[in-house]
Design a protein around this ligand. Structure first.
Ligand SMILES: Cc1ncc(COP(=O)(O)O)c(C=O)c1O
Length: 438
């Protein structure tokens, strides 16, 4: 390791408390100091590079230091960096709201902004709760989430997250919400199709709502793919049934597309594959192409109308200082321009098929289980005895110029869309070497 890398990782260990990390682990597993990024590659201070196969926590869509997003941001910098959004407005936030609403499933015409993904979850939960208060149904306070759900790590979001490692320590601080079965396609019995698994899970949701709808404010789901609990994939039929049940039982439907949005599942939004319109659509991550923190909750006329009144307290009195930040909105507009100009969704369809073909030897490896793909996300479990697989695999990846970040024994690829076939071939080939040694 050169002085450059060593200096930055030591200074970082002393001064920076890193997220989602047992800091002591960095006594043996060094941090990776990144000097610059270009396309799908991250470069450290001593000239090594890493292929960003996880899009830097699923945010990057069009590569690091993307010239088109850079240009848009530079132009915005000289016009307006930020202004508070209470009492003020600006061009990027208006244009972005109009364009998101035109692109989202029909009828989601009101955009409320936050910064990180968890802010969007908090906004949707609070709005759903407050909606029923304003509608004189104060008993509707509960939420329903799916087994294995992940909606963020602030206290409200954690209360609808079902990942024990993140949740259990804070359990006494969290509201109790209901967890219903997940339609995980891997749980299919012999001869059972993913659609039948979805129907089975929907029947459990129906039984729950039949009993508890009077006290339930909303159902929250990650449409088609549950990311953080291990890239659990399920059939769109579940979303169709969940939408029907929510409508029938007067329960609001929150689609958390913080990870699945912006093309990850093959369509711009995962909900499109089920033809459903949620009451709340939560967006973040890819929204700014991985440039700046921005999140957004889109909602419907009836929800908006329930808050529109003469009394201040009936309004949605929620805010963050950087709500609707002009630079972040401008980055998001540049991302939407790229989607339109490059017909990204159509190009991705062909790209995903080529990636699946390049990953075929990996899918056929005797240690690989449940190889699966939804759109631009590929995932599989590795059959290994290594208790430290995730950590070991991360280090093996770095040694082969790959940024891989397994979740337990689940390995997945969620790279930026600009990855070339050669780069994907390199990713699949070097991952195969790692799986071989697992
Ligand atoms: C589905 C989903 N919801 C919410 C979040 C939280 O987003 P953030 O980490 O930006 O707070 C994530 C992050 O991974 C996510 O995948």
């Amino acid at each position: 390791m050169t002085e450059g890398n060593r200096e930055w990782l030591e200074r970082s260990r002393r001064a920076v408390w890193h997220p989602c990390t047992q800091m002591k682990a960095h006594e043996t597993l060094p941090l990776v100091p990144i000097a610059h990024g270009a396309g799908a590659w991250l470069h450290d201070f001593d000239g090594r590079r890493y292929l960003d196969a996880v899009s830097s926590w699923w945010v990057n869509l069009f590569g690091h230091a993307n010239p088109r997003i850079n240009t848009a941001l530079a132009a915005q910098l000289s016009a307006l960096e930020h202004v508070m959004l209470a009492g003020f407005t600006h061009r990027p936030v208006v244009e972005l709201s109009e364009r998101l609403s035109a692109l989202a499933p029909g009828g989601l015409g009101h955009a409320f902004y936050g910064s990180d993904g968890a802010c969007a979850t908090e906004i949707a939960l609070k709005m759903a709760f407050h909606f029923w208060q304003n509608r004189d149904r104060p008993e509707k306070t509960g939420f329903v989430a799916l087994a294995g759900s992940y909606h963020g790590e602030t206290l409200g979001a954690l209360a609808v997250t079902d990942v024990a490692l993140f949740r259990d320590t804070y359990a006494p601080l969290l509201n109790r919400n209901a967890i219903v079965p997940c339609p995980d396609a891997r749980t299919a019995g012999p001869g059972e199709t993913p659609r039948e698994v979805a129907a089975r899970a929907a029947a459990a949701l129906e039984a729950h709502l039949a009993r508890h709808h009077a006290t339930t404010a909303a159902l929250i789901v990650e449409p088609l793919v549950q990311g953080a609990s291990g890239m659990t994939m399920y059939d769109a039929h579940y979303l169709v049934r969940a939408r029907e049940l929510c409508t029938r039982y007067d329960v609001l439907f929150i689609a958390d597309e913080i990870m699945t949005g912006f093309g990850r599942t093959g369509t711009l939004f995962a909900c499109e594959q089920a033809g459903v319109v949620p009451d709340f659509l939560c967006l973040s991550k890819g929204l700014t192409g991985g440039y700046l923190p921005l999140s957004c909750v889109l909602t419907t006329d009836p929800v908006y109308a329930a808050f529109y009144a003469d009394e201040l307290a009936r309004g949605f009195l929620h805010s963050h200082s950087y709500t609707g930040n002009a630079l972040a909105c401008r980055a998001a507009l540049a991302v939407l321009d790229i989607f339109a100009e490059d017909d990204v969704i159509a190009a991705n369809r062909a790209r995903a098929r080529r990636w699946a073909a390049l990953a075929a030897p990996l899918a056929a490896h005797p240690r690989v289980r449940n190889f699966r793909r939804t759109g631009m996300i590929l995932a599989f479990e590795v059959d290994t005895q290594r208790a430290d697989f995730a950590r070991w695999c991360f280090a093996e990846g770095l040694a082969r110029e790959l940024l891989l970040r397994p979740i337990g024994r689940t390995l997945y690829f969620m790279p930026p869309y600009i990855l070339t076939d050669d780069e994907f071939g390199l990713l699949a080939g070097r991952t195969l070497e790692i799986v071989d040694r697992a």
